[in-house]
Design a protein around this ligand. Structure first.
Ligand SMILES: [Zn+2]
Ligand SMILES: [Zn+2]
Length: 289
């Protein structure tokens, strides 16, 4: 990937960008969680200028319109043993901090479930059908982050709203439309949350690949000075609700149209698309799948 100045990277972003979608588990509802930064190029750049390895800092987290204070820690580790390893960043809080009390209130169902299961059989994670998430975004302010929560009931609501929607229409909105934050109705808010996440993951991947198509490597942004790559879900989002980065690739509009018209089968191990006529095409750029 070509080098870009970190300030330039951050200038290109709108007001907030995606950092991490985290499954709620026992530790997150007690004391904190790690943020894997290995594929999050923008966050890595930002962290480097903000908090050095071995340092910790008070930060603000906006959660449901309230601001809470927690600690951001860039853990020190044996650099001789792990040369070139990316930073290990953690968000930490005390088990009685107002922030985690609020989290437990939001994720009460998960908290009750984990409390019970942990005692009987040491379970600290939620089973697939019960999964709930916290999603972390940056804001324009250096020491302030934004935290969204996606509960099981949110996921069910969203599933209802988008079922029957055409995948291309769903993706078009995530790629090209501004997320409407003004909506007030409950169901709409849930759709906004998932759209914000979907858009943010896509945008961070576009940036990660420097606006090049992962199949043909073409970068229109350089030649024509416009950003037109699109985020595509390998497994259809409207049927799987999967917008993890490992289900999203970045494509030029041409390859994106081809995907939806021809419906090739993707080999997840070899990173090859096989089209119905037997033609094979592989990802020439891939650092995140
Ligand atoms: Zn392409
Ligand atoms: Zn698509």
């Amino acid at each position: 990937m070509e080098k870009r100045g970190s300030s330039q990277l951050i200038d290109m972003l709108e007001d907030q960008f995606y950092i991490y979608k985290k499954e709620v588990d026992w530790s997150a509802l007690r004391e904190g969680f790690s943020i894997p930064v290995s594929t999050q190029i923008v966050f890595q750049e930002k962290i480097k200028s903000y908090i050095k390895r071995g340092e910790k800092r008070d930060i603000n987290i906006i959660l449901d319109n309230h601001t809470y204070q927690v600690k951001l820690i860039n853990q020190i580790f044996d650099e001789a043993k792990y040369p070139g390893h990316s930073d290990i960043v953690q968000i930490r809080y005390s088990p009685q901090s107002p922030f985690v009390i609020k989290l437990r209130e939001i994720f009460k169902t998960s908290m009750d479930y984990l409390k019970e299961k942990r005692i009987s059989n040491r379970v600290t994670k939620l089973p697939r059908e019960r999964r709930e998430y916290i999603v972390l975004y940056t804001t324009q302010h250096e020491n302030t982050f934004f935290l969204d929560h996606i509960t099981n009931s949110d996921s069910n609501q969203i599933r209802k709203v988008i079922s029957g929607m055409r995948e291309e229409d769903f993706e078009f909105e995530s790629n090209y439309k501004k997320i409407d934050d003004s909506a007030r109705i409950e169901a709409k808010q849930q759709v906004i949350k998932i759209r914000r996440l979907d858009k943010a993951v896509g945008e961070s991947l576009k940036l990660f690949y420097n606006y090049k198509c992962q199949i043909c490597g073409v970068n229109f942004s350089e030649r024509h000075n416009c950003y037109i790559v699109e985020a595509h879900h390998i497994e259809s989002f409207v049927s799987t609700m999967n917008n993890n980065a490992n289900n999203i690739i970045v494509l030029c509009p041409c390859h994106h149209r081809i995907m939806h018209k021809a419906n090739p089968i993707f080999d997840k191990r070899k990173f090859i698309f096989t089209y119905p006529n037997g033609f094979e095409e592989n990802l020439i750029l891939n650092k995140h799948l």
